[in-house]
Design a binder for this molecule. Sequence first.
Ligand SMILES: NC(=O)c1ccc[n+]([C@@H]2O[C@H](COP(=O)([O-])OP(=O)(O)OC[C@H]3O[C@@H](n4cnc5c(N)ncnc54)[C@H](OP(=O)(O)O)[C@@H]3O)[C@@H](O)[C@H]2O)c1
Length: 273
Amino acid sequence: MKILIIGGGNMGLTYARSFLRSKITTTDDLMLLEKSEEKAAQLKDMNIGSVYTKPDICLHKADLIILAVKPQDAPKLFAYIKPQVDDQQVYLSIMAGVKIETISKELGAQKIIRAMPNLPSQIGMGMTVFTSNDAVTRIELVMVQNLINTTGKSIYVENEDLINASTAISGSGPAYVFYFMDAMIKAAAELGFKDSESALLVSQTFKGAVDLYNKNNFSCADWIGKVASRGGTTQAAINMFTNLELQDDIKQGIHAAMDRAVELGQQKADENN
Ligand SMILES: NC(=O)c1ccc[n+]([C@@H]2O[C@H](COP(=O)([O-])OP(=O)(O)OC[C@H]3O[C@@H](n4cnc5c(N)ncnc54)[C@H](OP(=O)(O)O)[C@@H]3O)[C@@H](O)[C@H]2O)c1
């Protein structure tokens, strides 16, 4: 299967590197399309496949095309490549907020998969939620999921609205974790640790807790119960968090992210009409 990645930025490069590292494809079957000659020259030096700056010499060769440009660059890209789009090609878009309906209308593609990866994809620890339209076959979906899984884990959803919901959970999620970590690092410094010690205390605590969670079937509440004893130190912190209604605040933040994802998606659809 010949793969063409359009946009050799953060995510395009993440995909190219992950596919090659996992040996799911080879440089012979991997193509990248970049806009500027300068960036294309940099990509060529990385030895990650054939690099092009014009779609007319590469698009027709591809079975799978990955759309990895910024959403604001989508309308221009769609208009540019539309004349060469083939009904049998599968298009995988990772562009935030660009709906399948828009891609179908503006690009004229038949087989469309839409995915929302997140930042840890860069290190093979990503979480991707994806969906597709009816024209994509089961075999094509499995092939694409195998490719996505080289960057971490994935789940398929039937309902495209859940792509926005995943943006609010796993897409933005790493930032929520960093926000919580930052508060703990600041508290550690206030309690007398050096900066480097505070960072290590907190990052290792997060890693340990997540690994414990993944290795067992206990819920978060179960684990809290295992750490906290009645009247103890952990319980003092949890009581304070509960009194401050911290969980409700976090949920409200996530709903705000979801509302914004819907709003941005609507703006993109309006721009394309
Ligand atoms: N970064 C993330 O963690 C993440 C997570 C989920 C989804 N996404 C989605 O992934 C997409 C890419 O994000 P990114 O962070 O990788 O962006 P990026 O680093 O800016 O990469 C996009 C690349 O596409 C190039 N490009 C723009 N128009 C093009 C065209 N017509 N033909 C070929 N190349 C073109 C850009 O070149 P110029 O710079 O010269 O314009 C740039 O090199 C976005 O739609 C974003 O919503 C990103």
